[in-house]
Write a protein that binds this ligand. Structure first.
Ligand SMILES: Nc1nc2c(ncn2[C@@H]2O[C@H](COP(=O)(O)OP(=O)(O)OP(=O)(O)O)[C@@H](O)[C@H]2O)c(=O)[nH]1
Ligand SMILES: [Mg+2]
Length: 342
């Protein structure tokens, strides 16, 4: 799962990514910055099973400069790279600024740019759809017309200055758009790249308009990751900065993209598998291997808290806490699952 890290030049995108990777300022960033979503629940299961062979899901971050998006230079990452991403994190410069209103205007500038890009994408789709009606049956043309109607309505929404993730879809409409990779349909998060003063000024009303925003001091986090744990903890305490800031951010992004995990807990490996909220046991099985979903018999499931309380698969079995579920079972976040398959 990829998140595009998007911002104006010099907003601190690279510094943010370096802080996540615990790199220092002089290090070069890899093209894809892969960060583990280190869910604490895996460590808890590891303690109970007596080993720490833990495998976490990952989020891959890529840096993108908003000004290069529509550039014709093929060396630069453009719109298609943004279209391929699962979510977007806007990095907004909030350090060394004279006026807080610049924060809002930077965010609006980027969102407007994304809205324009989506409008162009939709116009192209409409054009292609109109051409594709030639030589089609009446029924097929009707399907195309309904789609064009939806696309025009989306275009209107964009032209009114709104992102598509605020469009109210009728049942089944959203499904028709899969594959078009519309940018503003994706989850969009805002990272207010701030120095500590801004954190102390958290109530600043310019910042409260955006619901999914995070205050994060990239430069400070990058510098702290170069210190020993004891030193950095001392610093954090004196500056009143949460030691889990990085972890909390990653977790919030993971959840904000509608993701949850299920866990497989064996002697060789304890692993968290990334699925979407609402995914069934069958879909979950397919994440491990298509053989398991093809030959699906049953999913044996223990609720995470029950496993933690009873401490082992055998204890859970004795207490009747291992539930056998069919293909349609909707997996809960943290479920510990053993799939039986033929
Ligand atoms: N004071 C302060 N400076 C920062 C912070 N984040 C980044 N900077 C500084 O801002 C400058 C730009 O940071 P970069 O991380 O290179 O920004 P960028 O968005 O990747 O820049 P480009 O890739 O050139 O667009 C550097 O001098 C950083 O040290 C921060 O949180 N606080
Ligand atoms: Mg950079």
């Amino acid at each position: 799962m990829n998140i595009a890290v998007l911002g104006l030049p010099q907003s601190g995108k690279s510094t943010f990514l370096k802080s996540l990777l615990s790199l220092s300022d002089n290090d070069t960033l890899p093209e894809y910055c892969n960060i583990k979503v280190e869910d604490n629940r895996l460590k808890q299961v590891g303690k109970l099973l007596g080993h720490d062979k833990l495998t976490y899901p990952e989020i891959s971050f890529t840096e993108l400069d908003i000004l290069t998006l529509n550039s014709k230079n093929t060396e630069l990452k453009g719109i298609d790279s943004l279209q391929k991403s699962y979510g977007i994190l806007l990095v907004i410069k909030c350090f060394e600024i004279e006026n807080y209103s610049i924060i809002t205007s930077d965010i609006n500038q980027i969102i407007t740019e994304l809205i324009v890009s989506d409008t162009i994408i939709i116009e192209n789709i409409i054009e292609r759809r109109l051409k594709s009606s030639k030589g089609k049956t009446k029924q097929e043309i009707e399907v195309v017309n309904t789609e064009i109607e939806l696309l025009n309505s989306l275009k209107n929404h964009l032209e009114n200055g709104s992102a598509l993730n605020s469009y109210i879809f009728k049942e089944g409409e959203l499904k028709k758009l899969t594959g078009y990779n519309l940018i503003t349909l994706k989850p969009i998060f805002v990272l207010l790249n701030s120095d500590t003063e801004l954190i102390e000024n958290e109530s600043n009303e310019n910042l409260t308009d955006y619901s999914s925003n995070f205050l994060y001091p990239s430069k400070l986090e990058m510098e702290l990751s170069e210190l020993t744990e004891i030193e950095s903890n001392e610093f954090r305490e004196s500056l009143n900065i949460d030691a889990n800031l990085k972890y909390n951010l990653i977790k919030a992004l993971f959840e904000g993209m509608g993701k949850i995990i299920f866990i497989t807990a064996g002697d060789q490996e304890i692993r968290a598998w990334e699925i979407e909220k609402g995914d069934t046991a069958l879909i979950s099985a397919s994440k491990i291997h298509s053989d398991i979903s093809n030959g699906f018999i049953r999913a044996e499931v223990i609720e995470f808290d029950t496993f933690l309380k009873l401490g082992s698969w055998n204890e859970c079995k004795k207490e009747g806490k291992v539930k056998g579920n069919g293909k349609e079972y909707v997996v809960n976040d943290g479920d510990i699952i053993n799939f039986l398959h033929s």
